[in-house]
Write a protein that binds this ligand. Structure first.
Ligand code: GDP
Length: 344
């Protein structure tokens, strides 16, 4: 009989990891037997709760599903292949077997994985700001950079505009003109007077959107105004007591009557700018792109460096001085944005 070959340490590790994987797949699971499942079909994830997901089939029927261990993460907005359960008395009857490639994904920093997806296939990010306590262009710029970085179109929404006098409104509109000039859409709304909701509805039509922005700016109020059945908790009290929307980690996909979808969850709302390498930050100021590579020095920091073409464009009035200033403010805070345990 042939002598058993001696395994190297690496081979031993491989054998052990293969065995663990094989055992994991044989372990009794809460997943369902083949004969309890119907034909594979396409669906969309419209809800995500702990270990389960709600998948809507092409007829609009919702199936609560397990997830095959092998398929990685499943998030709201994912297009999936799934097998519905035959036993309709079971709470969780189906199984998601595959996730289609995502055209876009929102992520957040995660302690274990570095980054964790929270929603998929999003067309636009509605950056919600309000005039109370004060309008922060720096914050808007941070969200714009974060949106550009995930390559999802941002829209700037300013809520609570009924609190502004005509004069103040004109002033704010002038400030926001810098964004209009570089191609960003701006929407003004008030949930109190219902101003701008029609414009917002047409902006959301036939697209998958998310609302992001600081707590208290009116995201829940806007969602309720657009979708009266959504029943979002309004006010900041829930954030403090922990009894409101922040107690659940689930995400849901809501449908607008006129067409279009909104994905909402605390994870989605908390989407924010976190650490980026400098060149990515610079690239995400989209009006800088045409100038990149044109500076005298390849490692130009776009500060006081001689021959900086971006600074020259600011001086010539081609790039907004306010945006340039915010770029440097964000740059100087970049390291603080990195969660301590995450290396880049
Ligand atoms: P969220 O934390 O972003 O979801 O904000 P909420 O929707 O919970 O709203 C926070 C507070 O702002 C609540 O007291 C709302 O009633 C108030 N609010 C929302 N929209 C408006 C608005 O258009 N005008 C005014 N004056 N207050 C608003």
């Amino acid at each position: 009989m042939a002598k058993k070959p001696k395994l190297t340490l690496q081979q031993k590790r491989q054998v052990s990891s293969n065995r663990t994987r094989r055992m994991a797949s044989k372990r009794p699971t809460s997943e369902l037997d083949d004969n309890q499942l119907g034909e594979q079909q396409a669906g969309k994830v419209i809800g995500r709760f702990g270990k389960h997901a709600d998948v809507e089939d092409q007829l609009g029927v919702v199936h609560r599903c397990h997830m095959r261990r092998t398929i990685g993460s499943v998030v709201c907005g994912d297009n999936v292949l799934f097998r519905p359960g035959k036993d309709l008395t079971l709470n969780v009857a189906g199984v998601i077997v595959a996730v289609e490639d995502r055209k876009s994904v929102l992520t957040r920093p995660d302690y274990y994985d570095g980054v964790k997806p929270v929603a998929a296939n999003i067309d636009q990010i509605i950056i919600v700001s309000s005039v109370i306590p004060s309008l922060s262009l720096n914050l808007i710029d941070r969200y714009l950079v974060a949106s550009e970085d995930v390559e999802i179109t941002p829209v700037i929404l300013l809520n609570k505009v009924e609190l502004l006098s005509d004069e103040e409104f004109k002033d704010v509109d002038k400030q926001l003109d810098i964004y209009r000039k570089i191609g960003y859409q701006i929407v003004y709304t008030s949930c109190k007077t219902l101003t701008g909701l029609e414009q917002l509805s047409s902006c959301l039509k036939d697209k998958t959107s998310v609302f992001v922005g600081q707590s208290g700016v009116g995201k829940s109020s806007l969602i309720n105004a657009l979708l009266p059945d959504a029943n979002e908790t309004i006010g900041d009290i829930s954030d403090i007591s922990g009894l409101g929307q922040h107690t659940t980690t689930s995400a849901k996909l809501l449908r607008f009557e006129l067409g279009g979808e909104l994905i909402d969850s605390p994870g989605v709302r908390e989407f924010a700018l976190w650490h980026l390498p400098i060149d990515r930050l610079t690239y995400n100021f989209k009006e800088f792109r045409d100038y990149l590579g044109g500076c005298k020095f390849r490692d130009c920091k776009h500060g006081n460096d001689p021959g900086c073409i971006i600074r020259k464009a600011v001086e010539d009035g081609e790039i907004s001085a306010q945006r340039f200033d915010n770029y440097h403010k964000i740059l100087s805070n970049m390291d603080e944005l990195r969660p301590a345990h995450i290396k880049v």
